[in-house]
Design a protein around this ligand. Structure first.
Ligand SMILES: [Zn+2]
Length: 99
């Protein structure tokens, strides 16, 4: 698969392999048009910020998941405590009756 690119210097349209195009997107290294003009694929400011926003969103979601886990665990513990309290009360009532 070729990606069509226009040279920023001479405007010539040429194709580069998709795999190489992706690599250049990530490493920002220079590649050349058939006339030898060098260029780089720079990440735009918007793309950079969008990436940051996505990262923060992911982080927030992971934290939210953790909070939900802890809330669920908390609910279970509360139920268990209430169960023990109930047992204790019944036990106390029995003791009161027997003594
Ligand atoms: Zn060129």
């Amino acid at each position: 698969m070729l990606v069509k690119v226009n040279c920023i210097s001479c405007g010539a349209e040429f194709g580069i392999l998709e795999s190489i195009y992706k690599q250049r997107c990530e490493d920002g290294k220079t590649f050349f048009c058939p006339q030898g003009h060098g260029m780089v694929i720079a990440e735009s400011e918007v793309e950079k910020l969008q990436k940051q926003v996505d990262q923060w969103k992911n982080l927030a979601n992971r934290r939210l998941d953790r909070v939900r886990e802890l809330e669920a665990a908390n609910t279970l513990l509360k139920r268990r405590i209430n169960g023990y309290k109930g047992q204790l009360k019944r036990r106390k009532n029995q003791d009161d009756r027997t003594s």
